[in-house]
Design a protein around this ligand. Structure first.
Ligand code: ADP
Length: 328
């Protein structure tokens, strides 16, 4: 029989993502619903080790649902990777009377969460918060939809200048080793070609073929979306290659960069964050541990953290086809 949970800690860890505030808010409000205390931990696992905690009640999270970033701040913490660091974290939680933890972050944060939970038999539940959408076990992660919309808005603007000048734009987008942002934003922004790390055949050779095809079909300007993960060449090498092998093109590079992490979360991200935040507290109160909350086919699900960490998500083949046909 597990101990009754009466004080839940919540932290954001790893890369930040829009909608993390909405998730914290939902966790706090769910604690209010269950009449259990809630404690925020600043700067992810670092705050656990430094004992940087703050009491949160329902009113502490007023006016946060619309804010990008995370008011608890986030961090990467090497000390937590070592047993010694995790022991300090556990001692601090025990001293504060916290007896369950919600971790909002990506796969690295979940690895830490699982390690910690198994080591100290401490109930931990994960919420996927990353713009990359690279977490197995959930169709969407918090922040992904906002990042997609940021990319589409930026590419729409780039298109205006590309089409005015007869230019070829290589636009680099984020996503670590996942091509979800590139593929979906590429379709949404009407990209000519989308180069993603999951498919080795979607590299420079494919781009050259696509450019030849465009020439034949009378396209005058082109937007190519390049995922930041390995696609054989980075975006600058690609530009140099094209300058050398296709000098007829006026090639420009645009790296959208960190603006993809910022901004007010979209409604979809706010709703997702609210569902997952409340679901996480529900799961803890029902005695679950070592699980991640996710959505699959719009149903809320709990997935074993071990399964989540087992492998990477696959790219949807149907979307590759849509990207191809819609850019003909
Ligand atoms: P993300 O959660 O966005 O994938 P990271 O990979 O940087 O971000 O991981 C965030 C933090 O999680 C790390 O700084 C570290 O504190 C913790 N962490 C990652 N892997 C482990 C591990 N194997 N054991 C313990 N803690 C880990």
């Amino acid at each position: 029989m597990t101990k009754k949970i009466n004080k839940i800690g919540v932290l954001t860890s790893g890369g930040d993502a829009p909608g993390m505030n909405a998730a914290i808010r939902a966790v706090v409000r769910a604690c209010t619903h269950y009449n259990v205390e809630c404690v925020g931990i600043y700067e992810g696992y670092s705050g656990l080790i430094k004992n940087d905690l703050v009491t949160l009640d329902a009113r502490s999270v007023a006016n946060t649902i619309n804010k990008g970033g995370t008011f608890l701040r986030t961090a990467r913490c090497n000390e937590f990777i070592k047993k010694k660091g995790r022991q300090v974290a556990y001692d601090n939680l025990k001293k504060a009377g916290v007896n369950a933890l919600v971790v909002i972050g990506g796969d690295g944060s979940f690895r830490g969460a699982l390690e910690f939970s198994q080591e100290f038999k401490f109930p931990v539940v994960g919420i996927p918060g990353t713009i990359d959408n690279d977490i197995q076990g959930t169709d969407f992660t918090i922040g992904y939809d906002t990042a997609l919309n940021t990319v589409v808005e930026a590419v729409d603007k780039i298109r205006d200048t590309a089409s005015s000048h007869n230019r070829l734009f290589l636009v680099e987008v984020m996503g670590r080793d996942a091509g979800d942002i590139a593929l979906n934003a590429g379709i949404g922004a009407g990209a000519e070609e989308i180069l993603i790390p999951e498919r080795e055949d979607l590299g420079i050779e494919r781009l050259l073929k696509s450019l030849d095809h465009s020439e034949k079909t009378g396209k005058t300007s082109s937007i190519v979306i390049v995922a930041e993960g390995k696609t054989g060449m980075n975006v600058l090498e690609m530009r140099d290659y094209l300058n050398e092998h296709r000098p007829e093109y006026d090639v420009r590079v645009s790296v959208i960069g960190h603006m993809q992490r910022g901004g007010s979360p979209t409604c979809a991200d706010r709703v997702l964050a609210s569902r997952l935040g409340i679901g996480a507290v529900d799961a803890l109160m029902n005695g679950s541990t070592n699980v991640m909350l996710g959505v699959q086919k719009n149903e809320l699900v709990t997935v074993d953290l071990k399964v989540v960490l087992l492998k990477n998500r696959n790219i949807e083949k149907e979307l590759l086809r849509v990207a191809h046909i819609s850019s003909l």
